[in-house]
Design a protein around this ligand. Structure first.
Ligand code: ZN
Length: 205
């Protein structure tokens, strides 16, 4: 179902209110744009597929926290996330090799951080329900077959358990610190590369 401009404006208003409640809500590197997919030009997007949704912004923030400041140099390439895969060469062709569930594990951890950010932002939610709704999308990951479990239902259940487990292991402060580390690394790079954030677009605050 397509969203009207009016509906998108409403989502924008909610995003602004929610982000303001985060401890890093006023950070200069917390830039966002509703009608953008993923993280581009150092701007967090709220679009996934055809839909602009509050939850998507928090998912992108979850990836930033998951990578953290220590991986900023290798994981933030020209202002976008770099999801590194292992390449193999077979008969002169390059293929992405999925030998493990590493990409899915990264998603599970990102969702764990996302849950904390949504709670800090005051989103009313039921953790297991959120874990199960986002977690079930992971069956479209290319490394799905490496997830332990007999059949899709069992794999899905294991993923939801892993998300719940990870989100319980981390504390809200730790999640915030990791996101802040990423944002601080962003401003340091802007300074070094003489990038004026105003030229990147998106909204700050
Ligand atoms: Zn993701």
């Amino acid at each position: 179902m397509w969203q009207t401009e009016q509906q998108i404006h409403r989502v924008e208003r909610v995003i602004r209110e929610r982000l303001a409640r985060l401890p890093v809500g006023k950070h200069p590197a917390l830039r966002w744009r509703a009608k953008q997919e993923g993280y581009r030009d150092y701007v967090f997007g709220a679009k996934a597929g055809p839909k602009v949704d509050v939850q998507n912004i928090f998912h992108e923030l979850g990836h930033a926290a998951e990578f953290g400041a220590e991986n900023f140099a290798t994981r933030c390439v020209e202002g976008s996330f770099y999801f590194k895969n292992r390449w193999i060469e077979v008969l002169g062709q390059r293929y992405v090799e999925h030998r493990s569930a590493q990409p899915t594990i990264r998603e599970i951890r990102a969702i764990g951080y996302q849950i904390h950010f949504m709670e800090l932002a005051g989103c009313k939610m039921h953790r297991p329900l959120l874990a199960s709704s986002i977690g079930s999308a992971l069956q479209y990951m290319t490394d799905w077959w490496h997830v332990p479990g007999e059949g899709d239902a069992e794999r899905k259940a294991n993923i939801v358990l892993a998300i719940m487990d990870f989100s319980e292991k981390i504390q809200p402060q730790e999640a915030t610190d990791r996101l802040e580390g990423w944002l601080d690394a962003t401003t340091r790079r802007w300074k070094r590369q003489k990038i004026d954030p105003a030229t990147l677009g998106g909204i700050n605050g």
